[in-house]
Design a protein around this ligand. Structure first.
Ligand code: NAP
Length: 320
């Protein structure tokens, strides 16, 4: 690591550590009024719903009276979730096994949902991973790109097209503060060359692209009465963080958020659906924040349209 990189890292952590950890959450919570979400009569779809923040969203939605479809990869973890929900006396959970690194598997999930014909009031595009080591899927794509971005696009577009999301629905996209470091650049995503792959950098680019995609969806589908929000959870101690960022977790463990404070803003947005500014922005701790902390991330030749065209081409291309 050279001096410039070290300076950047120190500046990032100096700026965000208090805010993104439980410290920031507890400090801000003092000023929030009491809020008991009421999701009765609603149907939710939560991707990555068997663990971490997604599991928390599933439980909060069930507690609020919604029926929920939790979609995740491991049937074993989904079975554990079903057992936990049953044991706690909650009802209304259905689960769907889907590997979101596979566009074919996501397509099969979409087909099952369409066959059932049940509309969703809330879609939580939560699934996301940071893979330190390069994983190339059987379809020839970089795995985290597919789970973090392409699957969100594929699923959301299909549900809108099939009118399973429509007037009155809300979509919450879960991004990360890591997206603050980089501009939108399609050329840096779906990197399958081991010499060029850097998991943390790739993750940042996916998370930036999610922010841009959210704005595109607002502009494209807002008139249909669908609300789109993009939020980041701060830093929460989940299995994902334990697996992908062990050193980060070791240092900050005592002050990391729990799943409840990490998922809080997503739940709050789904319940309140607050007005938001026209320009691109990100929600964090129940407030709207800038999408660009650093000026350099505004500097890109790419546009929401070029991102969408690139994602469309990627889906049209099919497996390599
Ligand atoms: N935790 C944080 O501090 C933090 C910070 C910023 C942003 N985020 C974002 O928040 C979201 C949730 O993160 P998390 O920390 O809760 O993650 P996590 O602890 O790793 O949980 C991920 C969930 O997603 C599922 N999942 C992972 N890969 C999948 C795949 N290919 N197909 C289907 N399901 C899959 C997992 O189920 P299986 O085990 O069955 O795969 C699990 O249910 C992500 O988008 C992440 O980028 C988290």
């Amino acid at each position: 690591m050279n001096w410039q990189q070290l300076k950047k890292i120190l500046a990032f952590y100096g700026r965000f550590t208090l805010s993104f950890t439980q410290v920031g959450y507890l400090a801000r919570r003092v000023f929030w009024s009491k809020f008991v979400p009421d999701f009765r009569g609603q149907r939710w779809l939560v991707t990555g719903g068997s663990g971490g923040l997604g599991r928390q969203m599933v439980l909060e939605a069930l507690r609020g009276g919604a029926t929920v479809v939790a979609a995740a990869r491991s049937e074993g973890k989904l079975a554990e979730l079903r057992a936990e929900v049953e044991a706690s006396g909650l009802t209304g959970l259905a689960t769907e096994c889907c590997d979101f690194t596979s566009t074919a598997d996501t397509e099969r999930l979409i087909e099952r949902l369409v066959a059932r014909g049940q509309r969703f009031d809330a879609l939580m595009n939560n699934v996301g991973v940071l893979n330190d080591d390069l994983i190339v899927t059987s379809e020839g794509r970089e795995a985290s790109f597919v789970s973090n971005l392409l699957s969100h696009y594929q699923l959301t577009e299909a549900l809108v097209a099939k009118q399973l999301i429509g007037n009155g629905s809300v979509v919450v996209n879960v991004t990360s503060g890591g997206g603050y470091n980089v501009p939108l650049m399609t050329g840096t995503m779906n990197v399958t060359d081991p010499k060029r792959y850097n998991g943390t950098v790739a993750y940042g680019f996916h998370k930036r692209a999610q922010m841009v995609l959210n704005q595109h969806w607002r502009d494209t589908y807002g008139a249909r009465g669908i609300d789109f929000f993009v939020m980041h959870p701060g830093w929460a101690d989940t299995a994902g963080v334990q697996r992908s960022l062990p050193r980060f977790r070791k240092i900050l463990k005592s002050i990391l958020r729990d799943a409840e404070s990490g998922a809080d803003t997503a739940i709050w947005l789904a319940a309140k659906r607050p007005p938001q500014p026209e320009e691109e922005s990100v929600w964090f701790d129940r407030a709207v924040r800038t999408a660009h902390v650093y000026p350099h991330t505004r500097a890109t030749r790419e546009t929401p349209q070029s991102l969408v065209a690139w994602l469309e081409a990627e889906l049209a291309r099919g497996p390599r």
